[in-house]
Design a protein around this ligand. Structure first.
Ligand code: CUA
Length: 156
């Protein structure tokens, strides 16, 4: 079989472009520690207040400069509404909601999760910058949506 020279060039070009495209998607999706949203852990949204660790929201030390942070989202606030985090800490964050879908974003960091009723959203983050960080809801959840915030205070 005879393939025309230009046909061959375009064929190779097409395959090469496809490979670049696929590897870009494959690599960039996980670049800088980005994680796909985890919707693997389920919870009864009506029993959040009785389900550990959500019965005691807050920061808990689990290792040397390693912590677990449990937060509960509801219209229109987060519990706790303020968290002090030691500088350099590795924090395993777990969030759930008792009512509707909320967001969980910390602008200036790569913390950005959707919080859905019935699921626990998790993410591990490191806090290497001192200062106050705003936690905000980026999913429209009702009349108080724009007031739904919490703060992380990273201290030495
Ligand atoms: Cu919660 Cu918007």
């Amino acid at each position: 079989m005879h393939i025309h020279k230009f046909e061959k060039i375009w064929l190779i070009f097409g395959i090469a472009t496809l490979l670049v495209f696929l590897s870009t998607i494959g690599v960039s999706a996980f670049y800088l520690g980005n994680q796909p949203p985890s919707c693997l852990v389920t919870i009864d949204p009506e029993k959040v207040a009785e389900t550990p660790p959500f019965n005691e929201p807050g920061l808990k030390q689990v290792g040397e400069n390693e912590y677990e942070l449990t937060m509960v989202a509801s219209a229109f606030h987060y519990e706790p509404s303020h968290v002090q985090i030691p500088l350099g800490a590795t924090v395993h964050i777990s969030v759930t909601t008792v009512d509707v879908i909320h967001g969980f974003q910390v602008p200036g960091t790569n913390i950005n999760m959707m919080v859905e009723p019935g699921y626990v959203s998790t993410l591990t983050a490191q806090f290497n910058r001192e200062g106050e960080f705003l936690v905000l809801c980026n999913e429209y959840c009702g009349v108080g949506h724009h007031m739904m915030t919490s703060t992380f205070e990273v201290i030495k």
